[in-house]
Design a binder for this molecule. Structure first.
Ligand code: GDP
Ligand code: MN
Length: 378
């Protein structure tokens, strides 16, 4: 789960990490009120969207007059950043930056530990730095029994600074950042940039935090910060109905029982040159309600041009699934072709039941996937 910059800064601040003060606004009136209370004519306006690279996309602007402020607030509130509409902005005083740094904690799967990364090349080009000058990014693995010791924090901080006062500030930030990560079950915390101000203070002026969804039940206060987009809402609804569903970008809707079979079905589609529109595991049971719900879920996606039903009958009997499909299609009206492949327990009976129905029947997985790929655009 992702949260906005303003929410991430609130959490950093709770852990004693210095952040610049910003005010959240959703419209011009609020933004003008904030502006009238700023000590100077200069202000920074930042789009709050759950995606990085806002600066390069024009979603971060510094202004020096009220005129320019109004113009930029208006522009940014009407912007779309990589498909996400800007509904909120963060407005505040401009920080006087002397230099920018990068600081992050992320779970490293390979070593199964938390990885601390820092660089003196912070700012908007950190992705390029990691690609072309990866030696400029310093990495420290954190042993979980000890966490970030004073020694480790200072050793890391010395990679960025040689001034002891700054090393101490950075070490404190690193230690607190790790406490925050552990306490909230975050999977990533990134401060980019962490800046040294002209006044000699380290301040986090941008922050990103991702949380482990599987641990959200332990953190109701964090779970309630979630702002779900349309796709995530769909995935949650599907979950509530007992499905595992992941939306993808292709045009062949898949309805499969079993996660392994669902993965294999998607692979076969790709093998024959098609693109799956989703991963959908409807689980065991052939209950027709479930099939109606799954079909509705698929057909609500306008990208879908063909539905491929691939069922492996074990305890779930193919004749039950077939009856479920017939039932379902007595209420569903659609022009989308539906390819059905049933195998396993009572497959013949199942296919017989489907004869004369609005389905394209296949016997093997290969036939079914080929047929589905052929039906796209036909
Ligand atoms: P991102 O592009 O989405 O990561 O947005 P950031 O919040 O990191 O802002 C991008 C860049 O804008 C930073 O790297 C800074 O160079 C600059 N910036 C952000 N806030 C300030 C500020 O208060 N003062 C100044 N001078 N520059 C800022
Ligand atoms: Mn940033």
């Amino acid at each position: 789960m992702k949260i906005h910059e303003y929410q991430a800064k609130e959490l950093l601040s709770r852990y004693g990490i210095p952040v610049d003060k910003g005010f959240l606004c959703t419209n011009m009136d609020e933004a003008l009120k904030v502006y009238s209370q700023l000590p100077t004519k200069s202000a920074i306006i930042k789009a709050q969207v759950l995606i990085g690279g806002r600066g390069k996309a024009g979603g971060v602007k510094i202004v020096h007059s009220e005129e320019a402020y109004k113009q930029r607030v208006n522009d940014i509130l009407n912007m779309d950043i990589k498909g996400l509409p800007v509904k909120k902005i963060l407005v505040g005083e401009v920080v006087n930056i002397a230099s920018e740094y990068y600081l992050s904690l992320v779970i490293d799967r390979e070593t199964k530990s938390v990885l601390l990364m820092l660089s003196s090349e912070g700012g908007m080009d950190i992705e390029d730095v990691s690609r072309t000058k990866s030696e400029k990014i310093h990495r420290f693995l954190i042993d979980s029994p000890w966490g970030v010791t004073d020694f480790l924090a200072r050793r890391a901080a010395f990679k960025l600074f040689d001034n002891l006062a700054l090393v101490q500030q950075a070490a404190d930030i690193i230690k607190q950042l790790y406490r925050l990560l552990v306490a909230t079950d975050a999977s990533l915390i990134e401060i980019n940039p962490l800046v040294l101000t002209v006044e000699g203070k380290l301040v986090a002026i941008d922050a990103k935090i991702n949380f482990d969804n599987n641990a959200l039940y332990r953190h109701p206060d964090i779970a309630q910060l979630a702002e779900t987009n349309e796709e995530e809402k769909k995935e949650q609804e599907a979950k509530a109905k007992g499905f595992s569903y992941v939306h993808l970008t292709g045009d062949i809707g898949c309805m499969v029982n079993g996660a392994g079979l669902a993965m294999a079905t998607m692979d076969m589609i790709e093998l024959y040159g098609g693109k799956p529109a989703n991963f959908l595991d409807i689980g065991g049971s052939s209950n027709s309600n479930k099939i109606v719900e799954a079909m509705k879920l698929l057909l609500a996606d306008k990208q879908i041009q063909v539905v491929l039903v691939n069922i492996f009958g074990g305890i779930t009997r193919c004749d039950d699934v077939a009856r479920g499909l017939l039932d379902a299609f007595s209420t569903i009206r659609t022009d989308v072709p539906v390819v059905v492949r049933l195998t396993g327990t009572n497959e013949q009976e199942g296919r017989k039941i489907l004869e004369g129905g609005p389905f394209h029947i296949a016997e093997t997985m290969e036939q079914a996937t080929r047929l589905a790929v052929e039906k796209v655009n036909h």
